[in-house]
Design a protein around this ligand. Sequence first.
Ligand SMILES: *Cc1c(COP(=O)(O)O)cnc(C)c1O
Length: 359
Amino acid sequence: MRDSTLIERLIRPEIRGLKAYHVPSAAGMIKLDAMESPYRLPAALRAEWLKVLDGVEINRYPDPGAYALKQQLRAALAIPVGMDVLLGNGSDELIQIILMSVARAGAVVVAPTPTFVMYELIATLAGMQCVGVPLGNDFALDCEAMLRAIETHRPAVIFLAYPNNPTGNLFARQDVEAILAKAPGLVVLDEAYHAFAGESFMGDLGRYDNLLVLRTLSKQGLAGLRLGLLAGAPAWLNEFDKLRLPYNINSLTQASVGFALEHRDALDDQARQICADRERLYQALRALSGLTVWPSRANFILFRIDNRPATPVFEGLKRAGVLIKNLDATGGPITGCLRVTVGTPAENAAFLAALKPML
Ligand SMILES: *Cc1c(COP(=O)(O)O)cnc(C)c1O
C-alpha cells in the first residue's frame, strides 16, 4: 500500500477499529455453526424449480419493487391489512437501512446483551452508539434495566431478537409490551427464528405505532437466496425505502422465493422436523454430565461446558469434523458456551458422538 497515512486520513477511525465479520471455512465438515437448515427442497421440487429459473430473463433488471413476491409474502406471513413490507438482501440489509435512516449525531441503539452481533456492528458502522443491557437470569429480559436504559438514553431504535440469538429463548411478552409502551423511538422485533418458535408480534403491528417486525427466510432453508423482510406501518417503510438501493432483490431470488412459497408445506414440514430433532438433541445433551444446557425456541441450542475451558472442546469437535459456534470469548454470561445448530438426525448423532468422549 502506497501510503498508510492516506488510509488513516480517509477511512473513519471507527471503521478502522472494526474487524470484518468473520465466517470460518467449513469445507468438508458437518456444518452446525450458522443456523442454516440442513435440508434442501425435495428433489422433485428442485427439478420444477429449475424450470422456473429457466424462464427468468437475467438480461433484464429485476422487478424493482418485487411486487409479485411481496404479495405472496403478505399472504404467507400473515402481514396485517394496512401494513407494508420492505424487502432486503437478507434481514441484515434491513437492519442497515433502519440504522442509516436514524443515524444522526447522538442517536443511540439499545439492545439486550448477549444478542445478535449485527445490531452493534451496523450501529457502529452508521456512526451510532450501541448500549447493551445485560439479560437477567436464564437470559430473560431485565425489564427494569431496559426501562432505565430507555429513560437514560432515549434510544432511536431498540432491537429485540424474538427468540434471541445466541440464547435461544423467547422474551416474556409482557416485558416486550412494557418496552414498546415506554420506548420513545422504534422497537424492532427480529423474528428470524419464527418458524421454530410460533410466537410473534406480527399481529401487534396495528397496536403500536413504533413497532416493526423483521423476518428472514435464511433459517428456513433459503439462506443462499438472501431474503429478509420488514413489516410495519407504511409511513415508516416509505422513509426506509428511500435508502434501499434499486434492484436489491435479484431476479433469481425473486423467482426462487416465489417458487418456495408456493410449496410452503415442504418448508413447514422441514421446520417441524427440526423442532422435533431439537427436542431430541436437547434431551441428549441434558443427559450428559458436565454441561449446562438451555431450552431453545429456535433451531439451535446453547450449552456451557462446566468446570473446564470450552475452546478445546470446540477445537476437538472441529478435528472430529463437526463445526459449531464457539462463544467462549464473548465474555459475560455466555463465557464457556458453545452453540450448535440443529442438523439432520445423522448430523446431530455425529455431533453427540464427537462431544461425549471430551466431557
Ligand atoms: C441469522 C439472523 C439474522 C440474519 O438473517 P439474514 O436474513 O440472513 O441476514 C437476523 N437476526 C437474527 C437474530 C439472526 O439470528
